[in-house]
Design a protein around this ligand. Structure first.
Ligand code: ZN
Length: 355
């Protein structure tokens, strides 16, 4: 299975074949690097989500299809009114919280610079070190313990707490992106999905807001989405599934409430897209990062913990040094110092000079 330059590792071939037996690509959506031409003029716009026309609602704001906070500058739509845009902003905030430290680690430039990340026990910020201007410094917040190291597997771990977020809002943020990608002819079959998206009336009543996917040991620096459609109406799966590639994440949802799918709801089978690699990263690492999360609840999740695993190669160990936090000078080469005050993450090909 291949999309652009990415492909699935051989060990996931069966899963890929199963997915492609049911689904074919309907649309790939990339973020352009300049303003989009030929949007419908404002006075003729109708909101896809609340179905209201210009005059009933306003269209003053730029409506981004994928969040600005995840690095999208120019991919905008002409079918999202300001009221719906305001509601979706809340969902996107929760999505960012769900993604935790990812926006900082993947150096996503949102509205301004690379965002810092702070939660109850961790702080991550862009800071210069040994000549690299945009290294990421990770340190405990409030005196907690966040770093671990397993010398047998050469794995460093960072265990931290995410900020509180509302699960169903995370799901809705992804659903909104997906519904922006659906063709006009299908919109009439998604009316209940739009109702779910634009109000809280159905929150908690829908029990199947599942998120699937993977964390990959690579970084999709340019976010993109793919909408897949099932090959035959008679297949007992959802008509559309959408996958967002962002940073180290592949996030997959099945679009709910497509009218013609309802008859299959008691006996559904949901094929999951296998992990895709772009040629970088260690493929063996993917299994420990599978995501299957029920995001149906409107109740806040507080203090959810995430463990990041960083495999350190022999080569990396040779390049690792301890730095005195006060003098910012390299003290000695050491792979696992007992008292780690913080870690700086520099670019893979970065070479510093020892004093
Ligand atoms: Zn609207």
């Amino acid at each position: 299975m291949e999309t652009a330059n990415i492909k699935t590792p051989p060990m996931y071939k069966a899963q890929g074949d199963m997915f492609l037996a049911d689904y074919e690509c309907e649309r790939e959506i990339y973020c352009p690097d300049q303003k989009m031409p030929s949007l419908t003029i404002k006075s003729l716009r109708v909101c896809r989500f609340c179905n209201k026309k210009f005059g009933e609602v306003s269209f003053k704001k730029e409506a981004h299809i994928f969040p600005v906070a995840l690095g999208n500058k120019y991919l905008v739509s002409d079918f999202e009114c300001d009221s719906c845009n305001h509601i979706f902003g809340t969902y996107e905030d929760d999505l960012c919280k769900y993604l935790g430290i990812e926006r900082t680690l993947s150096k996503t430039e949102g509205r301004k610079d690379i965002p810092g990340f702070v939660s109850s026990n961790i702080r991550a910020t862009k800071q210069p070190i040994l000549g690299q201007l945009d290294a990421i410094k990770i340190e405990p917040n409030n005196g907690g313990e966040i770093f671990g190291f397993n010398p047998e597997t050469n794995t460093r771990t960072i265990t931290y707490k995410k900020p509180a977020y509302v699960p169903v809002n995370v799901y809705k943020a992804l659903l909104k992106m997906a519904l922006c990608c659906v063709a006009k002819g299908d919109l009439k079959y998604y009316q209940k999905a739009f109702k779910f998206l634009t109000s809280s009336d159905l929150d908690g009543k829908i029990k199947a807001c599942y998120l699937f996917g993977y964390r990959l040991p690579i970084n999709y620096t340019d976010m993109f989405g793919v909408l897949y459609r099932k090959r035959y109406d008679s297949l007992k799966t959802m008509t559309h599934t959408f996958i967002l590639y962002y940073g180290s994440f592949m996030l997959q949802i099945f679009l709910p409430f497509y009218q013609k799918d309802l008859k299959h709801y008691t006996d559904l089978h949901l094929p999951i897209m296998p992990p895709l690699f772009d040629g970088t990263g260690d493929e063996k690492w993917v299994a420990s990062y599978a995501i299957k999360d029920d995001l149906s609840s409107p109740e806040k999740r507080i203090g959810e913990e995430e463990v990041l695993h960083m495999k350190i190669s022999e080569e990396d160990l040779k390049n690792m040094v301890a730095i005195d936090p006060f003098t910012k000078k390299v003290v000695e080469r050491k792979s696992s110092p007992p008292n780690v005050a913080g870690i700086f993450i520099v670019d893979k090909d970065f070479k510093f000079k020892l004093d």
